[in-house]
Ligand binder design. Sequence first.
Ligand SMILES: Nc1ncnc2c1ncn2[C@@H]1O[C@H](COP(=O)(O)OP(=O)(O)OP(=O)(O)O)[C@@H](O)[C@H]1O
Ligand SMILES: [Mg+2]
Length: 265
Amino acid sequence: MNVAEASPAPDSVQPFIHLDKVRKSYKARGEEFLAVSDVTFDVAAGEFVALVGPSGCGKSTLLKILADLHHHDSGEVRIGSPDNPFDPSRDIGMVFQQALLLRWRTIIDNVMLPAEILGLPIKQSRERARDLLAMVGLAGFEDRYPHELSGGMQQRASIARAFIHDPKLILMDEPFGALDALTRERMNVELHRIWRESGKTILFVTHSISEAIFLSSQIVVLTARPARMAALVPISLPEPRTVADKTNAEFSNYARKVYELLGMT
Ligand SMILES: Nc1ncnc2c1ncn2[C@@H]1O[C@H](COP(=O)(O)OP(=O)(O)OP(=O)(O)O)[C@@H](O)[C@H]1O
Ligand SMILES: [Mg+2]
């Protein structure tokens, strides 16, 4: 072994997330059921990474492992580094397919919920909640109740809620799956802007290939269950991205590649 191999990598080049040969099985009805068999990828701090793969292949399972809600059987899962320590109870924000807002709380009180649970200073958090609601285009709706907002607006509020405690990592599990096509396109543009402005690391599960290409710096393509790596596809589309980019030849080439990797061509 030479000296370079023996010394640990400087922190600046260590990935923020490191998964190596991650395996996860569930026990169901007395039988072991392999959900994730061999998943290996790295995510740099500030990256936007999409996970795509067939239904039931283990994408949500992987997010739950990263959120520390499930334990993996073997392999390595590391988030953060000595210079950038990571505490899953404080450093993760989650967004799901449904907005999951509490109907008896106003929009701003819903956004405030994680701050209250974590015991963060209320006054500053409320100011931050107002700023975040403005960031997601909901200024003026702070005191409305969830049923007074459209589905897209509710999902924007749930994105603001995921950012309230300034987490280092945002995990999104098909966050736009329940929206109509046009609202979804708008939310893609909004989320891309929010990601660029916030500098957060985002892992995003989607079934939409064009959404994955539009949003990501890298796409993790997974095989049918049990999830294995089909490929990592770096996306180097110019910034800022607009919906019109989806009609470019470069965009179509990426789409063709991902469909091929999924065995759909
Ligand atoms: N708690 C559980 N107990 C037993 N099996 C489970 C559990 N959670 C998930 N599974 C199984 O593990 C596999 C992967 O599930 P997972 O929810 O991670 O898939 P997914 O890729 O997110 O699917 P989808 O795209 O449909 O959301 C599935 O076959 C599922 O049946
Ligand atoms: Mg899922």
